[in-house]
Design a protein around this ligand. Sequence first.
Ligand code: FUB
Length: 335
Amino acid sequence: MNPSRLLAMLLLASSPIAAAPADQHPSQPGSNPIIRDKFTADPAPLVVGDRLYLYVGHDEAQRDEMFNMREWLVYSTTDMKHWTDHGPIMKVKDFKWAKQDAWASQTIFKNGRYWFYAAVEHDATHSGKAIAVAVSDKPTGPFVDAKGSALVTNAMTPKGTHSWEDIDPTVFTDDDGTTWIAWGNRQCYIARLKPNMIEIDGPIREITPPHFEEGPWLHKRGKMYYLTYASLDRKTHRDERVSYSTAPSINGPWTYRGELTGSGKYSFTIHPGIVEYKRNWYLFLHNATLAIGDLNGSIGRRAVTVEHLRYNPDGTMIPVVQTDAGVTAPADRAR
Ligand code: FUB
């Protein structure tokens, strides 16, 4: 998030344009937004056996606050329609070296444990944002700081242009067992993780794709690797959209494939999370259409959604139209 946009965002957040209408959507299970009693953002799915877990940040912005995010929550489902609330898995203060900002996260399973990677604001000992790593024996936590210090600090990406570039980790284990981590804001970075999951192994490489803003998500389908992300073409758009690149290997070369979906309704940010579950593919996003009590959706009061995701025969992803119906609509009509 660019500070020069901050003032504009705050003004928008309190303007009629940004104010979401009262929640008029039908509450049919599976329709969007999927979580309606809390504001949630930055969805990150993980399949464990026959259950899909969904890790989110808890948006608690009051009035014109931009962001107020102090904890991460997890939900789960076995049918994509009914969600169980497992409560908070961690608070940002559980990382003793972090100051604030429970921003985007992702959890993966490796070596019998669940590894949780998240963006936070570092305390005064390091400037700017950082990436934390925590671990648990269960997908629902409790998670504990696995390292006692940041996995990535702003100083580790010295060619970056700003202090909040080291955010939004995505983690992916390739077929050879190597786990990779990518992250970034405006600059997108990738690095290998050591088998211990708490140290970077080797160089950090920049792989910034066109219009990259933040929120990268790595996945693989067949032989194709995908880097999906929140994009912003400042010349033409006011709000983030989702774009993606593909590659024949995690090391690239990456080919830009254009936009996967438009902006989340009423939301400056958007954040993709992609997963295959029970032989169907899903794209999780967030928008700002939810109202709870007298609090309307805004930049800091978002709501997680999910849509079907389909592929063309050549492996490219079919553009996704964001809907109120969500996955209550049949997958074959998800265009
Ligand atoms: O939720 C806080 C930040 O906003 C995330 O880290 C970004 O991806 C954007 O969604």
